[in-house]
Write a protein that binds this ligand. Structure first.
Ligand SMILES: [Fe+2]
Ligand SMILES: [Fe+2]
Length: 163
């Protein structure tokens, strides 16, 4: 199984599409790293890939949330809640991995990430894409500063999984 980006899951924004492509690429890198781990080559590549993903996921979620806010996407809060739910689930996997760097847990993380991101990009991200394509207005600059993001919450959560 591979999780790859294709034009059908474009969200009509170059930066966000680029981020989604990179995310899926890194998820596939985790698969390669898992196969190396399975072949007895150690877990260094797995650790490096997970570390990269932790930062990249956080960057993406925050960027996307500010993008939806800027474009007055009406389901902004519901979408952000879905992101938080993902972070909680991901952290639960990472906690298991911290206790035991097993190749089976690495595989579970890979499958969880691939399925979650493909599903999320093609369903929920597609919803803001449709709205923004139909309503291409954006907040005046002075309203952007009222954007209350869950940055703090995400940072606390991502620290948990680094032990
Ligand atoms: Fe996204
Ligand atoms: Fe999203």
């Amino acid at each position: 199984m591979t999780f790859t980006w294709n034009q059908n899951i474009s969200v009509a924004d170059e930066t966000l599409d680029e981020q989604h492509k990179n995310l899926l690429k890194q998820i596939e890198a985790l698969h390669k790293a898992q196969q190396a781990q399975q072949a007895g080559m150690g877990d260094k590549a797995v650790l490096e890939t997970l570390e990269f993903l932790d930062d990249y996921i956080l960057t993406h979620l925050l960027y996307e949330e500010s993008y939806m806010w800027k474009h007055k996407f009406p389901d902004f809060y519901a979408h952000r809640e879905i992101h938080s739910g993902f972070v909680r689930q991901y952290n639960a996997f990472k906690k298991k991995f911290a206790k035991n760097h097993s190749k089976n847990i690495t595989r579970d993380i890979y499958l969880f990430l691939g399925e979650w991101w493909i599903g999320h990009i093609s369903v929920e991200d597609d919803e803001y894409q449709e709205y923004i394509t139909a309503h291409p207005h954006s907040h005046p600059k002075n309203e952007i500063k009222n954007f209350h993001t869950s940055v703090q919450e995400y940072i606390v959560l991502s620290r948990v999984n680094r032990g």
